[in-house]
Design a protein around this ligand. Structure first.
Ligand code: ADP
Ligand code: ZN
Ligand code: ZN
Length: 743
């Protein structure tokens, strides 16, 4: 047996592996992830290395391969597990070991030693609120945000203030100088203090919540490690249930990872965990530098923090004894990595749970079909929360408006009469409205009225997007150009921008309600760091009557004064090429509806659509997940889509169309060959394509896709490995890039 070993994994560049022989005395002791000692270089100095692969075939001259000298660390460490996880990612999703290692191992980098870790309030709550009002008068937005948060919680980690609330240290320091707050070091903070008002912050769980938490605790104590799905309507108090479960696992002396999609990772959310668990909580997010992230992981490794909150990359926190993984909003698309290895955090969480003997708890109001199916089949445990948790908080009334009917009756505007009058009522009553366009990148473009062509990117197969009516930008390659005054195709001067999307909604809203205060949240208004949080805080503080936005506005926020949610064109997300578009539409509408009536005031939701009969829309309107699930499963099974079938996309890209065509022909040939060899019935693989990708050209590189379908995941993985092997010997090997993507 031979082992491929990398030397010193903490380097910024993970070097190529070196091959060593496993001497008979060490056989059985060495596995992927083992930390070993090896003679290295001409002097044969002993170095530490990590095993990344085991093989029976020597890749070099056997005479020259050295023996492993010994096992450096016996048993399994966090490091060992992460390397095994990297190996699994590579095998499962088809990436290089390098890519997989870089995904799981944090990059070591010198970070400036942070002086302060915590902001502690010294003034009383009332004094702080007064100071916040003054900051508001002076338009010190960041300072105001911080002070208001401090009124709620007497300690806030600097990390949360800087990263989550977008308050710069420069705004924090003057407050310390004035004596409003104290900046405390790590050493002080490390000793957990019981804060007086902490206890009464814990809510009393209702029956459903308690049943779930207690069942979990009982089974955990019995040593059962499993995956559970918490299926609970919006506002049913899932987070409270997670926190009970976390408390139980902490008591058992183990650690917890909490995954929350980045878009819902607001400081309100983080502070809830922080209030309950204090300085045991830490977080990572995508705005952190690799050094900061490394720093957080080190704190986890040393046992200084015991709960790590973050987006999907928080999965790779090197806890010494991981006991529970929570994954909130399990259906979110952000849990799927768009870079190789294209892993899904749900699958990684389940695998990691098995590896560490940890439990996994997924939660959603609109579970993915994958998760719900497994729960129904009894493979996973299912907890249901059917009621809103807060007293007096009822689900909103939903009204579906048929836009065809509006048109027939002469209303050509983007607002139905029902929506307009509902908005007017809210303005009169001093309540808030959210208007929602459910499609990302539903942006304005420029097109020609003579020839009908839209202005396209010269490097990509997409139309350019109009920004502020000034310039045209390609969202795929970044190409920019001035808004032309003549059509680039026929030179006609009759060329104009079609300002659809959120900007247009804003314009129209202002026209209809000139006195209303309107905020807009989309790619344009949030591109600067923290812009997102700034807009939401302003809206939360009642500084606007109407908030207009894309799906960014429907996640993770509790605005008690919002009593009306309008969805302007519910069908937009139905017409995409993704087989999950029905599921996405249902999820978005349900989430949007869940925004209304979170407080004591009851809410209304107006869904405008050209397609009121479509089950995704009808089921969202009746807030009936079960009905949606049944209909959607019929469609998925009929067309052999997941979860019943597995779908592997093989994506190839190349600068030459000809080479690409040849490569695709070879790939399909190999797929046919491999699937045929397994004999009829056993492993027949359905093949679709090869076809051009939805966007055929990006950045002057052409792209094609081949889809393979099979019920059995493992057969697809074997097929992928076979294609990978064959590819090594193809003449186009160096010119064509191939990526694998399991849907
Ligand atoms: P979800 O995550 O399911 O949308 P949350 O956990 O955010 O729900 O709870 C929604 C609101 O209800 C929060 O303000 C929370 O504090 C409150 N809440 C949760 N459980 C209870 C309870 N048992 N009693 C009173 N309020 C509760
Ligand atoms: Zn033209
Ligand atoms: Zn482009």
């Amino acid at each position: 047996m031979y082992a491929n070993i990398i030397i010193d994994i903490s380097h910024e560049m993970v070097d190529r592996p070196f091959q060593y022989r496993i001497p008979p005395c060490l056989e059985g002791e060495i596995q992927v992830g083992s930390q070993v000692q090896i003679p290295f270089g001409a002097g044969n100095h002993l170095r530490r290395g990590y095993v990344v692969d085991l093989t029976e075939q020597a890749e070099f001259d056997i005479q020259k391969i050295k023996d492993i000298a010994g096992v450096a660390v016996h048993g399994v460490t966090a490091q060992t597990r992460l390397i095994r996880l990297a190996w699994w990612l590579k095998e499962r999703y088809g990436s290089t070991m390098n890519q997989a290692l870089k995904t799981v191992l944090p990059v070591k980098q010198k970070v400036k030693q942070k002086q302060a870790r915590f902001i502690r309030r010294l003034w009383t709550r009332e004094q702080v609120l007064e100071a916040a009002d003054e900051a508001a008068r002076k338009h010190y937005g960041a300072r105001e945000r911080l002070l208001r948060a401090l009124a709620e919680s007497d300690e806030i980690p600097c990390q949360v203030a800087v990263n989550q609330m977008n308050v710069a240290m420069a705004s924090i320091k003057p407050l310390a100088e004035k004596g409003v707050i104290a900046l405390e070091s790590e050493i002080v903070a490390r000793t957990p203090r019981i804060r007086g008002d902490l206890k009464n912050k814990t809510v009393e769980l209702n029956d459903e919540q308690r049943a779930a938490a207690e069942d979990f605790a009982r089974r955990y104590d019995q040593g059962i490690r499993e995956t559970a799905l918490v299926c609970g309507v919006t506002g049913s108090g899932k987070t409270e249930v997670y926190m009970e479960m976390i408390a139980h696992v902490l008591k058992a002396g183990r650690q917890v990872i909490v995954l929350i999609p980045e878009i819902a990772l607001t400081y309100q959310t983080v502070l809830r965990f922080y209030r309950r668990f204090g300085s045991q909580v830490s977080l990572i997010n995508s705005r952190m530098s690799p050094g900061e992230r490394y720093d957080q992981f080190e704190r986890a490794k040393s046992g200084e923090v015991r709960i790590m909150i973050g987006p999907r990359s928080a999965l790779f926190t090197p806890f010494p004894d991981l006991g529970l993984i929570i994954m909130d909003e399990e259906h979110e698309t952000a849990y799927k990595s768009e870079l190789s290895p294209r892993y899904h955090a749900r699958e990684v969480a389940v695998y990691l749970g098995e590896m560490c003997r940890a439990s996994v708890v997924l939660g959603s109001a609109t579970p993915s079909l994958e998760a719900y199916t497994r729960a129904l089949e009894g493979k996973w445990r299912l907890y249901r929360l059917t009621q809103r948790a807060k007293k007096d908080s009822r689900m909103a009334r939903v009204h579906v408006i048929d836009l065809r009917q509006e048109l027939r009756e002469g209303n050509k505007s983007m607002f139905s009469r029902a929506l307009l009058s509902a908005m007017e009522e809210r303005l009169k009553a001093g309540q808030q409205t959210m208007l929602f366009m459910n499609r990302r990148g539903y942006a304005s473009f420029v097109s020609c009225r003579s020839c009908g062509e839209a202005v396209k990117c010269p490097h990509c197969d997409v139309t350019l997007t109009l920004h502020f009516g000034q310039k045209l930008v390609c969202h795929y390659c970044g190409y920019e150009t001035k808004n032309p005054d003549r059509c680039p195709v026929c030179s006609s001067p009759y060329i104009a921008g079609f300002g659809t999307g959120t900007q247009k909604v804003e314009e129209m809203t202002k026209k209809m309600f000139p006195k209303a205060r309107v905020l807009r949240m989309d790619m344009d208004t949030t591109s600067k760091k923290g812009g997102h949080e700034e807009i939401l805080s302003a809206f939360g503080e009642g500084k606007a009557d109407i908030l207009i936005g894309t799906q960014m506005i429907v996640k993770g926020h509790d605005f008690p004064k919002v009593t009306l949610v309008g969805v302007l064109a519910a069908d937009l997300s139905l017409y995409t090429s993704d087989f999950r578009c029905g599921e996405r539409t249902f999820q978005l509408l349900t989430q949007a509806a869940g925004r209304a009536g979170r407080g004591e005031l009851s809410g209304d939701v107006v869904i405008q659509t050209y397609n009121p009969e479509h089950y995704s829309i009808a089921c969202a309107a009746s807030q009936d997940y079960e009905a949606f699930y049944r209909q959607e499963m019929v469609y998925r099974d009929l067309l052999h889509y997941p979860p019943g079938f597995q779908l592997l996309a093989v994506m190839a890209s190349c600068r030459s169309q000809e080479t690409l065509g040849q490569a695709m022909a070879d790939l399909s040939q190999w797929a046919r060959q491999a699937s045929g060899a397994r004999g009829p019935g056993s492993g027949e693989v359905e093949m679709i394509g090869p076809a051009q990708a939805t966007i055929y050209k990006v950045n002057d590189i052409y792209r094609k896709i081949l889809y393979l379908k099979q019920e059995n995941y493992d057969i697809l993985i074997q097929l992928k490995s076979f294609m990978e092997q064959q590819r090594q010997n193809a003449w186009w090997h160096q010119q064509v890039m191939i990526q694998y993507d399991f849907a």
